[in-house]
Design a binder for this molecule. Structure first.
Ligand code: DOR
Length: 436
């Protein structure tokens, strides 16, 4: 007897089919079996009342640090997968700045095996561009690509050498994979603590100018054009970068880019608190930059929201500001941040929000099984959420599933809670609680 789950009467928001309306969705075993009005699931179906809730394709994150192997005191593939599921994600691309670095097929396989064992989220390990993230010696991109790696990045570090970046893009073209850049000119960001501007002067913290990002963005756009390799620019943070991207995209949609929820929600002025959870790389920028990022996401100059989930141990962040490592967690708050900051005020439609958080990133990574459409025969990778539920980040009512506590949104009230997450027909989150 097949197992059946009937989501009854939810607002189905599915960017891939442009469906946005109330419907029933029947899941049978691993796949969607029916979508429509008055679908019946038979007597053995588990019926989920979707009244007032939104059913969307499971979210897809292009950028999360799961920390394993090597930094299991910060996060593991299992706890990171749990955080992902809790946040509504069914697929996550894991960053390679692990120890050892994910710069060869053996580490890729190790991360995949850990993710399979956890079974809470599909994890796609990214490969490093250079060995040990040394910025100089290219990894065996072909070998990792053959095992299915789709995205290569030295994230956490920026590839400084134009020559290395050119070569990486040439290999990316040959193997049909993506080079993802963390754009940051190191010569302009030595000793940085926050965005360079009025508030860095006020707070006496060393600044990193927006130009440090923009000069690399400009260079890499030129190199992508030169080589024909696929470039993805991650965690874009400034108006200058947006303008460069906009100009480049007008010449053809080859380059893609993402932005984090924290850069869409927070600004440099917030650092007046000296809260180390607000220290992120790239730094939170000015109010004008945030406005530009919001408009770029709405208009499609920025293709995706990516969490840059960067878990750290409590003792890492409980240090002097200049000693604390950069990073905020994000997997469990991203949906609520986007709903609260962009959808509720009417800056972004719900269907476009789901496009930028699920369908768009799935398309960038070439993940056929994720991002919808919600149609019969498709894998049942779904999230059901309550857009109206308000909750306090880090509060006792909703403890973090992640091992880490370093959320930039701790203490804030956000709108939007995940009720169920489903991976290939199996609940990974049920009534807001991870199932394992
Ligand atoms: O804030 C960040 N933390 N940005 C990065 O690029 C790296 C990340 C980390 O690994 O902690």
């Amino acid at each position: 007897m097949p197992s059946r789950v009937l989501f009854r009467g939810a607002r189905v928001v599915d960017p891939a089919s442009r469906r946005d309306g109330v419907a029933d969705v029947l899941v049978e075993d691993e796949a969607i079996a029916a979508v429509g009005m008055d679908v019946t699931g038979g007597s053995n179906a588990v019926v989920v009342d979707g009244g007032g809730l939104v059913l969307a394709p499971g979210l897809v994150d292009l950028h999360a640090h799961l920390r394993e192997p090597g930094y299991e005191h910060k996060e593991t593939v299992e706890t990171g997968s749990r955080a992902a599921a809790a946040g509504g994600y069914t697929a996550v691309c894991a960053m390679p700045n692990t120890d050892p670095v994910t710069d060869n097929a053996a580490v890729v396989m190790e991360v995949r095996n850990l993710a399979d064992k956890a079974g809470l989220c599909d994890v796609f390990p990214a490969g490093a561009i250079t060995r040990g993230l040394d910025g100089e010696s290219l990894t065996d991109i072909g070998e990792m690509a053959e095992t299915g790696v789709r995205l290569f990045t030295d994230d956490g570090k920026c590839v400084q050498s134009s020559r290395v970046m050119r070569l990486a893009l040439e290999y990316a073209k040959a193997f049909d994979v993506i080079v993802c850049q963390h754009a940051q000119d190191e010569a302009l960001t030595e000793g940085w603590q926050m965005h360079e501007g009025f508030y860095s002067a006020l707070l006496g913290l060393t600044g990193a100018p927006s130009a440090a990002e923009a000069v690399v963005v400009a260079r890499d756009l030129a190199l992508a054009r030169l080589t024909g390799g696929r470039l993805h620019l991650t965690h874009i943070s400034s108006d200058e970068s947006v303008q460069l991207l906009e100009r480049d995209k007008a010449r053809g949609p080859r380059v893609t880019a993402d932005v984090t929820p924290h850069h869409l929600a927070l600004i440099d002025e917030d650092l007046i608190s000296y809260d180390t959870n607000l220290k992120v790389n790239p730094p939170l920028r000015s109010a004008e930059d945030r406005q530009s990022l919001r408009l770029a996401l709405t208009g499609g100059v920025l293709d995706a929201v990516a969490t840059d989930h960067a878990p750290h141990a409590v003792e890492d962040k409980e240090q002097e500001f200049d000693q604390a490592p950069p990073g905020t967690t994000g997997l469990e708050t991203s949906l609520a941040v986007i709903l609260t900051e962009l959808v509720e005020p009417g800056l972004l439609s719900l269907i476009d929000a789901m496009e930028r958080m699920s369908t768009g990133p799935a398309r960038i990574l070439g993940l056929d099984d994720h991002g919808g459409p919600i149609e019969p025969g498709r894998p049942a990778n779904l999230v059901l959420f309550d857009p109206a539920a308000r909750w306090i980040v880090g509060g006792t009512e909703h403890p973090f599933a992640s091992m880490a506590r370093n959320s930039a949104f701790t203490g804030r009230t956000l709108g939007g809670r995940v009720v169920h997450t489903m991976l290939r027909g199996t609940f990974t989150v049920r009534e807001g609680e991870p199932t394992r």
